[in-house]
Structures are given as C-alpha cells and as structure tokens.
Design a protein around this ligand. Structure first.
Ligand code: ARG
Length: 297
C-alpha cells in the first residue's frame, strides 16, 4: 500500500490510553552537561526551587496521562542517576519485547543495569514477554532515538549524536519491522524525539532544521506533503515536538498559538503541562514517558 493511503488510516496505539513507564524525579537535577540545553550553573543557583517545581510538574503530567486513560508503571529512581526520569531512554519497546538501552555518555551508562531490573520485574508480572540487550559496543538510547510511527509501522531512528547507525540493524532484526535511520545534524536536537513526532492520524510534527537534506527528503517522501506539520523554531526550542500523542490528544509542555492552531485544525486536543523545568536538562513530555504496550499489528 502506498504511504499516502496508509497515512489516511487513523491508528491508535491501544483501545485505552495504554500502559506507560515513568520514573519519579526524586533524584532529578542538572549536575552535568551532555547536551546544549543543560545548565548545571543555573541549577546550582536555583536548584531548590527548580527541584520542587519540576516534581509538581511531573505529578501533573502523570495526572494528565491518567485522565486520558493511561495506566502508569514506575521505575525506582536511583541516587546518582538524575536522568533516569527520562524513561523514553530506558528501552525500545514493541510487541512485548524490550530492548534495553545503552548510553553514549558515562554519566548515563549506569542506567542500563538499573533499567534492566525494571524490565525484568515487568516481565515477571507478565507485562512484557522478553527483555533483550544491545550487542556490545552499539549505542541506542531507547525510544528517545527510536520513535515509533504507528501508521507506517516503522521506527524512525536518529543517529550521529547519541545513538549509532549500527543500531538500526539490531532493531530491524529483533522486532522484524522497518527502520528508517536518519542522521541528526543539530546538537540542540540530539535525540530523534526532540525533532520528530509521528502522530496517530498519519501526520508528523517535526523540525526540519534537525535533519540533513537527505533526511528531510526521506521524511517528505514517507509522510507525504499533506501530512507535514512543521514546528516553528521557537516551539522546537521549547521542545514542543517532544510531545505525547494518545488517541487524538497531544500532551506537551507549551505550544505557541501558531502550533496549537496547526494541531487543533487537524483534530487534535492539545494539553499543556507545567514540565518546562525539565527543559533545563533538555527533556520534555515524550522523554518523561515510555509506552509499554505498543503493537506493530
Ligand atoms: N539530560 C538528558 C540527556 O541529555 C535528557 C534526555 C532527554 N530524553 C530524551 N528522550 N530526549 O540525556
């Protein structure tokens, strides 16, 4: 079936809001800088206020998701691993299989073993069928760099900043689905989920400046011109593309009137949540969650 026809079909991830993994920001802080958004100096000055505010924002995000019918699971936060709150980076999950992430930077490498235990526990409870490891020496920072397109049933994998291009073959082999690997060329958009968000109606919310000419051509080709929703640069820079789409609802930090208009025009309801403080670590809504019950069927 040509992509344009596929895109016309409305897909939902699951009949309810689905099951999502989060991790409370108990140990969240900005104590190192591994992306251009991270400001340890600012955190040092205002960490007390920011810490309390980010926790209440995270709770509001959880409440918003529950309001949309989502069932939440929680990873146990770990002292010394402040970025564990970004569970999108914990694994790639599809069809009951979790492919546990590996990390580029030493500051996050301890998360692999900790999240491995989280997924083993989910498997024990029957919520996953299998837990898989990346081959030695290949980096893939979970769903943050491997974004599921529920309409084309394709993973969009970002490489060149955090994850390795070689991860594409690993994902293809394990999940048996198509993988489109695109190079990320702007350090501000260091994970695929910061610049590309395929929506349930077949559209894509994205920021073209994050991709090479070749990548942009591929996006236009696969989604089709009618499905492209280009995020204005100010929205891209508040990480609005890092959005969570559940059915026809879109949860994000903030959207400009222009962006909100583009999404509502397409029939989506936009929910703003007070999670902008996670932007000081380079993260937003999509980074803070991981869908556990995605299906390729
Ligand atoms: N501070 C984290 C890092 O740089 C933020 C991760 C955000 N997660 C994401 N899926 N984009 O690794």
């Amino acid at each position: 079936m040509p992509d344009t026809q596929l895109a016309a079909a409305v897909a939902t991830d699951s009949p309810t809001g689905g099951r999502i993994l989060m991790c409370a920001p108990d140990h969240f802080e900005v104590s190192y800088a591994i992306n251009p958004w991270m400001r340890p100096d600012r955190w040092k000055e205002e960490g007390g206020v920011l810490g309390a505010r980010s926790t209440s924002g995270w709770e509001r995000l959880a409440a918003t998701l529950r309001g949309l019918g989502v069932e939440l699971e929680f990873a146990v936060p770990h002292a010394g691993l402040p970025d564990m709150v970004f569970t999108a980076n914990a694994a790639v999950v599809l069809d009951g299989k979790a492919l546990v992430a590996t990390f580029r930077h030493p500051q996050r490498q301890g998360e692999t073993a900790v999240f491995r235990r989280t997924f083993d526990a989910l498997k024990e409870r029957g919520l996953l069928a299998g837990v898989h490891d990346m081959p030695e020496g290949v980096v893939l920072e979970g769903a943050g760099d491997c974004v599921w397109d529920p309409v084309r049933r394709t993973f969009w994998l970002g490489y060149g900043q955090r994850s390795d291009q070689a991860a594409a073959a690993v994902v293809r082999d394990l999940f048996g689905v198509e993988v489109e690997a695109l190079q990320l060329v702007d350090p501000r958009f260091y994970h695929m989920d910061t610049c590309l968000c395929p929506l349930n109606g077949g559209e894509v919310l994205y920021y073209p400046g994050a991709f090479s000419a070749e990548g942009n051509a591929r996006i236009r080709e696969r989604f089709g011109a009618q499905n492209l929703i280009v995020a204005p640069e100010p929205d891209a820079c508040t990480l609005a593309v890092n959005a969570v789409n559940i059915g026809r609802d879109i949860v994000l930090a903030t959207a400009s009137p222009a962006l909100r208009g583009m999404l509502t025009e397409r029939g989506y309801t936009v929910h703003e949540t007070p999670i902008s403080d996670f932007g000081l670590s380079g993260g937003s809504a999509f980074c803070l969650i991981l869908k556990l019950d995605r299906s390729s069927k």
